[in-house]
Design a protein around this ligand. Structure first.
Ligand code: PEP
Ligand code: MN
Length: 298
């Protein structure tokens, strides 16, 4: 007899038939659905790098980071205008003004934007500005928000809840899919563990990547910033995630994070543009060796 509410992977075809690989595709299929956000394709041959500030704190800071991540080779810009903060007394983001700043950064750099929406009543507004909507870890099981996000017609970046099982995470994705929106990218961002806060912010669960791929055809990316919380771990975590098959990365970047432009939010995990360049070079070298391997095989 199972305990009420206790579900396992065997229940996935019932919980999330619309996104279940077992239900939707022939069992030997390993295809990933390509999810498109503007010109960016998640789930294709090349992992997608999304980079930008944790939070849109000012016009100058956001434009400077946007220019730097574009120059490094990132394909998409991230940045929070509405921030989920532990304390209600802390800076909550610039709100609509932040969305205007992100639009300006997109106009200037050509990078499409992903930004978080927390309130179901604001989905329509945020969707007017963003190329992709982010549902954050704290809101993964905010079901009215998932339904509104599903109705928005925008691609959705669905972060894993910080204590969510794979079933709960994919169940959340199913809420979006049920609204007719299969443009969903999953994002592992670290989970709570006994060691959380001791040497890293969360526990980066790399083993969930192949498990996700087994269960669903939706692309999955990794956030090495919130999972480690430590800037000098971000490059290694990024490379490890790519080696594990991640379809992309979501990385927090600051331009001068030891100097005057130290970010208000999440400064300890922000990398500089030079480290972002290293991560992009790592991806380039893997792509090149793949092409060479293919050429040798024929
Ligand atoms: C973020 O990406 O800005 C964020 C708040 O992340 P998470 O929801 O994973 O904590
Ligand atoms: Mn952050």
């Amino acid at each position: 007899m199972s305990i009420a509410g206790n579900v396992g992977l065997g229940d996935l075809p019932r919980i999330c038939p619309l996104i279940s690989r077992r239900v939707q595709a022939s069992s030997d299929s390993t295809e990933t659905r390509v999810v498109q956000a503007g010109p960016v394709r998640f789930g294709g041959a090349r992992p997608v790098v999304i980079a930008g500030p944790c939070t849109v704190e000012s016009r100058e800071q956001t434009l400077a980071v946007a220019r730097a991540v574009k120059a490094a080779g990132a394909e998409m810009l991230r940045g929070g205008a509405f921030k989920p903060r532990t304390s209600p007394h802390d800076f909550q983001g610039l709100g609509i003004e932040g969305l205007h700043i992100l639009s300006e950064a997109r106009r200037e750099t050509g990078l499409p934007i992903v930004t978080e929406v927390m309130d179901p009543r604001l989905v329509e507004t945020v969707a007017e500005y963003a190329d992709m909507l982010q549902i954050g870890s704290r809101n993964m099981q905010n079901y009215p928000l998932l339904v509104e996000a599903g109705k928005s017609g925008k691609p959705i970046l669905l972060k894993r809840g910080m204590a969510a099982s794979l079933c709960e995470w994919l169940g959340a994705a199913e809420y979006i899919a049920k609204e007719g929106n299969l443009e969903i990218v999953l994002c592992e961002r670290g989970i709570k563990a006994f060691s959380a806060g001791e040497y890293s912010r969360n526990l980066l669960d790399l083993s969930v990547i192949p498990a996700v791929m087994e269960e669903t055809f939706l692309p999955v990316i990794v956030d090495p910033s919130h999972s480690t919380g430590v800037s000098n771990m971000v490059e290694r975590a990024s490379c490890a995630a790519i080696a594990f098959g991640s379809h992309g990365l979501l990385i927090e970047v600051a331009c001068d994070h030891d100097g005057a432009q130290r970010p208000i939010c999440d400064a300890a995990q922000a990398i500089g543009p030079a480290t972002l360049c290293n991560i992009l070079r790592f991806i380039d070298s893997r792509m090149e060796s793949r092409i060479l391997r293919k050429a040798h095989a024929v």
